[in-house]
Design a protein around this ligand. Structure first.
Ligand SMILES: Nc1ncnc2c1ncn2[C@@H]1O[C@H](COP(=O)(O)OP(=O)(O)OP(=O)(O)O)[C@@H](O)[C@H]1O
Length: 775
């Protein structure tokens, strides 16, 4: 038996022992989980038996509340124990299959012997030998595995830096308790394992990368100092992967103080959400909150306006001809996404401190109860030293007081009596119950007619006044939309607006009059509204992640920043994949955090695509030289020229069939727009089974999809077909990024079709980097 074979045998024996211990622990825990569950069920069932309810007087009520609280605490403590034990049990299940993926031997300075550290997705402590048989990949000592090759090494322990010597670094592939392969690696995390991982076909969801995290990615994952961590990385360099492992790391590192719902990830689209949804659960963690910016602002705008989807905005820009209306819209988008416009809004709001606030009169049954003018006078009678939101709070209190007076006066009106007479039984019962619960009278006094009439009148008027009170409390008496329109007009006096500003405003107003809001108006409108009403910031969220950050305008980022005042920020992006038009870029983001600690990490190595695909796609960019390919072989991209669009269909169907025959499981026909995707789907008809993705709401799954580029953002496919890269389709320099984004979705195969002349973007690529075919 060779030394290596002997070594392998020893390692397998260790795996066997560890699994045995894990199994024993799992069984013990299983019993515990079961008994705690039974206990919880019984506490829930008997909850009210164990609480003494007595509401006879105030003291008794306080006693009752205390007793309920105590019982609820017992329950929630048991539930917490159950959750922890259950999660631990789930983790042990995973460790039983695949206990660890790495080993390092570390000799701490001053010590003789090396400590063997085995790394897995969670720790496992053996009480018998009093040692960790598996270390969590996120433990401080585990960072040695990712950061160092054999030789001097150090890691940051909670209170000090530990230095020493890394004597061995070993990787394992263990499946169902059996070591399938084992490598000792000298340099970085072995290329061999990465080759294996990246060579596989895509599954239906993104996987965790803990076993093969690269050193530069580890810097992102474990960064704890920066308030803003900006990651600029090329397509496929693992930005999203690193971000998700970072969430897992933060949850581990701050496990006493941080929960998954205090982390929020803004992702590019819904499909992406479903694509990444499994990474954290795979690591035994709960998912963070996930949303898209659109979802977030849609919620803030509410039902008042139908908000345009950013992808509809983009579709318009890509499909509308370059006519006058297009140019007006484009200029409007550029200006409204800039920080200059944000400043203009600030100045306008400053002005409103002294004049110009517009209010709505409070009306009731067609009568003006409190006139807008009166509200305005009250508002401006308050000191301008007070902020607008504070003054509005005072106005709200004043309005409520006034409404209460008016409500009383209303009791005398004729309509009240009429309504009482026509009160149906159901309403009457409701009224009666309410009075009983308010203890406003007892059964004895019920026959007191006058008293009943009076209470009924109060009840009826209250029902009618309720919406008014609600409107006042929700500040609906401020006419934000009118002031936003004023703001647009006023902006013209500031001098830096685009030349065609009046037409831009006209477009915006026409939409707003139809109760719609263009995507470019949404952020300025909300920012303005929040400045007036007071920012409804979320102070609970501690970490915000923004993926595909290059697609956010500086204004949007500045706005999100104000929504989460206590958060630390991780922004990930790639300037070469910017598809939304706006001023500023990724580097401008740093200027939004002037006083904060910040760090920028750049990733140049692309892991997603094979070397030939990366070599090809990097030449689509004017400045792509810095992009490096991970050394994974594959075939060169194929560029197929066909004469006409009609000829495309047959050729593409054949190509997809060939991909399927090669075993590729996720295949995408990527079109420039939804319009093109629909046409492609129509042409392909029933010649192939496919899914047309034209809406935001689709989820990621295996098979063939026909998809517009912008909905494929952030995700990947085994094989990609570019539907039509003709000069006619891609003729604007602004679309280069879109084209690059589409091509970089490919992991193993890329075929680009073009009907007629190819786009100029492809003409800069060296001939030897691709195959050509003419049909
Ligand atoms: N260290 C790694 N080990 C294994 N796989 C990796 C590693 N880093 C990245 N990958 C894989 O590379 C692919 C691309 O990663 P990811 O989607 O995170 O890149 P990205 O930078 O967000 O890409 P894009 O900007 O193009 O959306 C994924 O399949 C991911 O699993």
């Amino acid at each position: 038996m060779s030394n290596w074979e002997l070594e392998l045998q020893n390692e397998q024996e260790r795996v066997d022992t560890v699994i045995e211990k894990v199994e024993a622990e799992q069984q013990k825990l299983g019993e515990q989980v079961g008994s705690v569950r039974t206990e919880i069920v019984s506490i829930r069932k008997d909850f009210w038996d164990d609480v003494t309810v007595n509401l006879d007087n105030e003291d008794e009520a306080i006693e009752t509340a205390a007793s309920m609280r105590q019982q609820a605490e017992v329950l929630s403590e048991r539930e917490r124990t159950h959750r922890q034990a259950y999660n631990q049990h789930k983790l042990l299940m995973k460790l039983k299959e695949n206990p660890y993926f790495g080993r390092i031997d570390f000799v701490e300075q001053g010590d003789q012997a090396a400590e063997q550290v085995y790394l897995g997705i969670g720790s496992f402590y053996d009480k018998e030998s009093e040692q960790f048989l598996i270390y969590d990949w996120r433990a401080p000592i585990s960072s040695l595995y990712y950061d160092y090759s054999i030789g001097p090494a150090q890691y940051q322990a909670p209170t000090s830096t530990i230095t020493g010597e890394l004597a061995l670094k070993r990787q394992f592939v263990i499946r169902s308790g059996q070591i399938r392969s084992m490598f000792d690696t000298g340099i970085t995390i072995g290329d061999e394992l990465l080759q294996q991982v990246l060579g596989r076909n895509a599954s239906d969801q993104m996987k965790s990368i803990v076993a093969t995290i690269q050193r530069e990615q580890n810097l992102i994952i474990r960064n704890e100092k920066s308030k803003l961590l900006l990651v600029q990385g090329t397509a496929g360099s693992g930005k999203t992967s690193a971000a998700l492992q970072r969430v897992a790391f933060l949850l581990y590192q701050n496990r006493e103080t941080l929960t998954a719902d205090q982390i929020i990830l803004f992702s590019p689209n819904q499909m992406f959400n479903s694509y990444v949804a499994n990474v954290l659960p795979e690591l035994g963690e709960e998912n963070m909150q996930q949303t898209t910016f659109q979802q977030y602002i849609e919620h803030m705008i509410g039902k008042k306006y139908k908000l345009e989807n950013p992808f509809d905005q983009l579709e318009y820009l890509l499909t509308a001809g370059q006519d006058e209306a297009f140019r007006i819209r484009m200029d409007g988008i550029m200006y409204k996404s800039s920080l200059r416009f944000m400043q203009t809004i600030d100045q306008f709001v400053e002005r409103l401190r002294y004049e110009g606030m517009i209010f709505r009169s409070l009306k009731f049954k067609g009568r003006v109860l409190i006139d807008a003018e009166a509200i305005s006078s009250y508002f401006y009678s308050l000191s301008p030293k007070q902020s607008i939101p504070n003054r509005l709070q005072d106005v709200t209190s004043w309005l409520i007081r006034e409404l209460k007076k008016l409500e009383k006066r209303e009791l005398q009106e004729d309509w009240v009596e009429q309504e009482i007479q026509f009160l149906d039984k159901e309403e009457y019962d409701k009224f009666y119950k309410k009075l009983m619960s308010n203890k406003q009278f007892s059964e004895d006094t019920f026959d007191d007619f006058d008293r009943e009439q009076k209470l009924l009148a109060q009840y009826v008027v209250r029902q009618h006044f309720k919406p008014l009170f609600r409107r006042v409390r929700s500040l609906a008496y401020i006419h934000v939309a009118s002031m936003y329109k004023e703001l647009l007009a006023w902006a013209a006096t500031q001098g830096d607006v685009p030349q065609n500003w009046p037409s831009i405003c006209e477009q915006a107003l026409a939409r707003m009059d139809e109760k719609q809001m263009a995507y470019e108006d949404a952020t300025p409108y909300l920012y303005f509204k929040e400045l007036l009403e007071g920012f409804k910031s979320n102070k609970l969220v501690r970490y915000v992640f923004i993926d595909e950050a290059q697609d956010y305008s500086p204004f949007q980022i500045a706005f999100i920043k104000q929504l989460f005042p206590r958060a630390r920020w991780t922004m990930l992006g790639d300037g070469n994949q910017t598809i939304f038009p706006h001023e500023g870029g990724l580097t401008d983001i740093s200027t939004l955090f002037p006083d904060d600690t910040q760090e920028t990490i750049r990733l140049y190595r692309s892991y997603r695509s094979t070397r030939p695909i990366v070599e090809y796609t990097k030449q689509l960019l004017p400045d792509g030289e810095a992009i490096e390919a991970f050394n994974r072989d594959g075939s060169k991209p194929l560029v197929v020229s066909v004469e006409s669009e009609e000829a495309l269909t047959g050729a593409i169907v054949e190509q997809v069939k060939a991909f399927e025959a090669d075993g590729h499981q996720t295949i995408a026909i990527i079109c420039k727009t939804v319009q093109e995707a629909r046409a492609a789907a129509e042409r392909i008809g029933d010649r192939l089974p496919f899914r047309l993705v034209e809406k935001e709401s689709s989820s990621y799954s295996k098979g063939l999809v026909i998809i517009p580029t912008y909905l494929a953002k952030g995700i990947e496919f085994d094989a990609v077909v570019i539907y039509n890269a003709s000069a006619e389709q891609f003729n604007d320099e602004g679309e280069r990024n879109l084209f690059y984004t589409a091509c970089t979705r490919a992991m193993h195969e890329l075929t680009i079709f073009h009907a007629g002349e190819p786009t100029a973007f492809m003409q800069g690529v060296s001939q030897e980097l691709f195959e050509v075919k003419s049909l």
